[in-house]
Ligand binder design. Structure first.
Ligand code: SF4
Ligand code: SF4
Length: 310
């Protein structure tokens, strides 16, 4: 095997299966993120009103309300009275992410993920070391702070700085102020992630990710290190994973005592570990099926069958 370059994770997978196969889940996520944004933009741009509103609160085909549940909770704490459609929309979103796995929002919907993934790629290519490690519990403290802040001030605190809402307002309503603010906040997140700590924003600070992690802690869709015996310790999955601490228990933890399912609420179901692993260790599955049985087959058979399960 050729010497590994830690700045180029997934190189062996790309050499074996080609670029497309080695970026399958990444490509699907980008398509999903672009698709969600497009739903909101077809109305203002071409008059095709599929979804009206923004990710904060919207209605699709004039019948399906969807509300950002974190915004709804803050509004209630602030003493606002929500319309029934707003409450129904929040409940629908909570139920959906509770079933799927809450942090799927981070990997598959949130547009900020494109910036933070780019920052992580840049850090890896430049070989930057962790200069100022942050505590991942900070995001929970920030989440608690903004909930208390909303209750005390009577305002929806997070919406003053929420880059996602600002970006949507800028694009959907043509608000120059929101577009400018979104640009500045996005630039700050990029600088933070490149210059301060790897995955500083999504992995350590963002209260939205922390909130969705709590909602989807028992979500059905899980990644399993089903072929973990084939692992050659290349570390590529750890390099690309936005929450690398979630991999170790499933991959390395007392192999016969801890199952191969990645059960941490922080896993964003991004699928990058599946993309880059040349040993086909990981598959998507459900929390009720850890992929046991597939490991006895060839790794490639295992991953193909596992992907078909979804
Ligand atoms: S599971 Fe093992 S072989 Fe696969 S990318 Fe991770 S460290 Fe490398
Ligand atoms: S374990 Fe895999 S799917 Fe989960 S966050 Fe890490 S790279 Fe993404």
């Amino acid at each position: 095997m050729s010497a590994r370059d830690p700045r180029r994770p997934g190189l062996d997978r790309r050499r074996r299966d080609g670029w497309l196969a080695a970026h399958k889940w990444l490509i699907l996520r980008r398509l999903a993120q672009a698709g969600f944004l497009a739903l909101f933009l077809t109305g203002p741009l071409w008059g095709w009103w599929i979804t009206k509103g923004t990710l904060a609160a919207s209605i699709t085909f004039d019948v399906l309300p969807l509300t950002d549940p974190l915004m709804a909770v803050q509004a209630l704490l602030a003493g606002h009275v929500l319309e029934v459609s707003g409450l129904v929309g929040a409940v629908l979103v909570i139920v959906a992410y509770a079933l799927i796995g809450g942090r799927a929002f981070c990997g598959w919907v949130c547009p900020v993920n494109v910036i933070t993934d780019f920052a992580a790629w840049l850090r890896t290519r430049l070989g930057l070391k962790e200069a100022y490690p942050l505590d991942r519990r900070l995001r929970l403290a920030i989440l608690a702070g903004l909930l208390v802040g909303s209750a005390v001030t009577g305002t929806i605190v997070w919406e003053f700085v929420n880059p996602v809402t600002m970006l949507h307002r800028g694009l959907v309503y043509g608000s120059l102020f929101s577009a400018g603010a979104a640009l500045w906040i996005s630039a700050a997140i990029l600088l933070l992630d490149v210059g301060v700590a790897s995955r500083a924003w999504c992995g350590h600070l963002c209260p939205v990710g922390a909130f969705y992690a709590l909602i989807g802690a028992k979500g059905l869709v899980r990644v399993s290190a089903v072929n973990r015996d084939a692992c050659d310790n290349c570390m590529d999955c750890f390099t690309v994973c936005p929450e690398r601490q979630v991999i170790t228990p499933a991959l390395r933890g007392a192999k016969n005592k801890v199952g191969p399912l990645i059960l941490s609420r922080d896993c964003s179901n991004c699928g990058r570990c599946i993309d880059v692993c040349a040993k086909d260790v990981f598959i998507f599955t459900t929390r009720f099926h850890d992929g046991a049985g597939m490991a006895a087959q060839s790794p490639r058979d295992g991953v193909l069958q596992g992907e078909k399960m979804l």
